[in-house]
Design a protein around this ligand. Sequence first.
Ligand code: 13P
Ligand code: SF4
Length: 334
Amino acid sequence: MIDLTEIQPRGVDRFETRPQMPPAKLDALSRDILALKKELNAIILAHNYQVPEIQDVADFVGDSLGLSQEAAKTNADVIVFCGVHFMAETAKILNPHKAVILPDKDAGCSLAESCPAPKLKAFQAANPNFYTIAYINCSAEVKALSDVICTSGNAVKIVKAAPPDRDLLFVPDENLGAWVIEKTGRPMTLWRGNCYVHVEWTHASIMRIRDEFPGAPLVAHPECTKAVRMLADEVCSTEKMVGYCRRTPAKAIIIATEAGMLHRLRKECPDKQFIPAPTDNCRCNECRFMKMNTLEKLCDCMTNRSPRVELSDEILRKARAPIERMLEISARPD
Ligand code: 13P
Ligand code: SF4
């Protein structure tokens, strides 16, 4: 059995060793948040990469697909979205008449930033036969220019369902796109964007940890580079990682995705040990955008009902159709 205390001092799992909030403060804030939730008739949705104390007060914790499915069916009056901005925007697009509030409106995404809408529009103009598939990690404006949205959890299914007579343009993640091409055999033009966190894992950094824990399978997010994906026993979205880790008989598993996932996995599989895959040059398995949200900011946004996601009627209308198409395809039997 691997002892995690031997792993943590190497500094890879900075997220788990960060300073803890004093228990009394944690309890008081969590209590206030739960009271506000009742008062507002709110639902708290949190991505798997959020800090543990936010995950622990949320009504639903999941991947981008699960979060959009929850947002599409909620009866709550207010959606409190703990993730990054494009995720809260997606919830607003699906609920144009509800208030969607978020702890920090500056929590962006390097991947979303790599694909500005005017650049995409110009690129699409070059080929009228393009059918644009946008990974959900993009702005509402980019969604409004797209034919269908996908997440890492359903990208293969969405691409398989694309019209056979169209040229596929996949934006903005080149690594997820390349993985989907491998899985479907369908050629696609790939936008040259990537996630600044997931490209930090390298062939060498993974080989080192595999040598150290030869029996432990490696699970990697499809935003990782091919050099890492080809070493993985499983490549999947954050939610599918939970299923894989439950099913595998292995007692220790190496995880190549953002560090917040470790809290979720440790809660779901308390009898297993999760080894954060080390990056090469830095201790950067944390998304600085996801970590902009704190329990204090969550409490503040619920107290002030602000910041809120605001989008123009035109963007709300145009971005809704490709998200609904994704939800409809996703719900089809496999
Ligand atoms: P999931 O689709 O697995 O939730 O991943 C979202 C993300 O931002 C990965 O970096
Ligand atoms: Fe964006 Fe990467 Fe952060 Fe995910 S981990 S939200 S893709 S910057």
